[in-house]
Design a protein around this ligand. Structure first.
Ligand code: NDP
Length: 311
């Protein structure tokens, strides 16, 4: 049984560094990288960021795909992945904290008019403007899972009124939790800021089209750190031109990297960050090592994905 690390990424942690981290935790583990792959039929577990079309055929004895992150849509949606191959993801604290901070930072940016004062300073202009009132500001969090629940709790602790939305009923202290498609319009119509941290599934792709966008409060802010395909970007630009919502902050876009030709870059009501909201992996590699051991011993896996549900 061997574990293959194959992220195909540069500029992040390398395959070799990940393999070394796993070996620190399980010194006798058979951990390989594309350079040391050896006999492909030995590979039972594959740790990756995105599944390649030929992975299932290249690795005939694959039993587990471990996503080195959270979003599993490219793995779940791969028609070549045999049904018996299981999928696990990571749920580390560090990126959840980072994403919650990203939401908070961009909410406070608008709430405290930070961009306005930066511009005013360039003109040496002394222009007082009333900040938002925190207890009167309603923030919605779409998705109350590992990251969304943390975001909702952080925003509540700061003093905002927080509403949360999920597929199934949830209960979070001090958060007005609603669930199901019928509850979304009511939430959108009340929120000054809407933070989306949803997985990409057939139910969420394109959810923010013309209809949902028009249900938002005029002048409100839409922030998305889940997946770019949640939002119909053409509909978003028209909606922003009408001021409903008033601003969008996007850490994820339908195409990444966002092409230089995208009108989102230059739209005055759009702020882009390059998929950096959840940067740090924290101690997540311990769970990869743990899953390799659990796969070998037949124990229940950590953070297994429900392939039918899609997340
Ligand atoms: P979880 O699986 O823990 O939570 C997902 C949440 O979304 C759950 O509360 C779930 O509801 C809810 N949800 C799913 N489908 C629907 C639906 N149709 N209607 C309403 N609610 C729905 O995921 P995480 O919180 O860990 O991560 C969420 C997503 O964030 C990931 O899938 C990934 O795409 C993205 N992500 C982005 C990162 C970045 O750097 N920008 C980094 C990490 C993740 P229920 O509780 O009822 O199941």
């Amino acid at each position: 049984m061997a574990l293959l690390i194959e992220t195909g990424l540069t500029g992040w942690i390398s395959d070799l560094e990940i393999a070394q981290e796993i070996r620190k935790r399980i010194p006798d583990a058979d951990v390989r990288t594309p350079d040391t792959i050896g006999e492909a039929s030995d590979i039972t577990m594959l740790a990756l960021v995105g599944l390649q079309a030929d992975h299932p055929s290249r690795l005939p004895n694959l039993k587990l795909v471990q996503k080195l992150g959270a979003g599993v849509e490219t793995i779940v949606g791969n028609p070549n992945l045999p049904d018996h191959v299981r999928i696990t993801r990571l749920k580390p604290d560090a990126p959840a904290q980072g994403i919650a901070e990203w939401f908070l930072a961009y909410i406070l940016r608008q709430h405290r008019h930070i961009g306005f004062y930066e511009d005013a300073q360039k003109r040496a202009e002394w222009s007082p403007k009333a900040p938002g009132s925190t207890p009167d500001t309603v923030v919605g969090v779409l998705g109350l899972g590992h990251i969304g629940a943390r975001t909702a709790n952080m925003l509540r602790a700061v003093g905002f009124q927080v509403m949360g939305w999920s597929r199934s009923p949830k209960s979070l202290d001090g958060v007005n939790c609603v669930h199901g498609d019928d509850a979304l319009p009511g939430l959108l119509s009340q929120c000054d800021h809407v933070c989306a941290i949803l997985p990409s599934t057939p139910q969420t792709v394109g959810l923010f089209g013309e209809r949902a966008l028009s249900m938002m409060k005029p002048g409100s802010q839409l922030l998305n750190a889940g997946r770019g395909d949640l939002i119909d970007e053409i509909a978003l630009i028209s909606a922003l031109d009408r001021g409903v919502p008033g601003h969008a902050v996007l850490d994820v876009t339908s195409q990444e990297p966002l092409p230089a030709s995208s009108p989102l870059w230059t739209h005055p009501s759009v702020t882009i960050t390059p998929h950096i909201s959840g940067w740090h992996l924290g101690d997540a590699l311990s769970d990869v090592a743990e899953n390799f051991q659990r796969l070998s011993s037949g124990a229940p896996l950590l953070h297994e994905v429900d392939r039918a549900r899609g997340y």
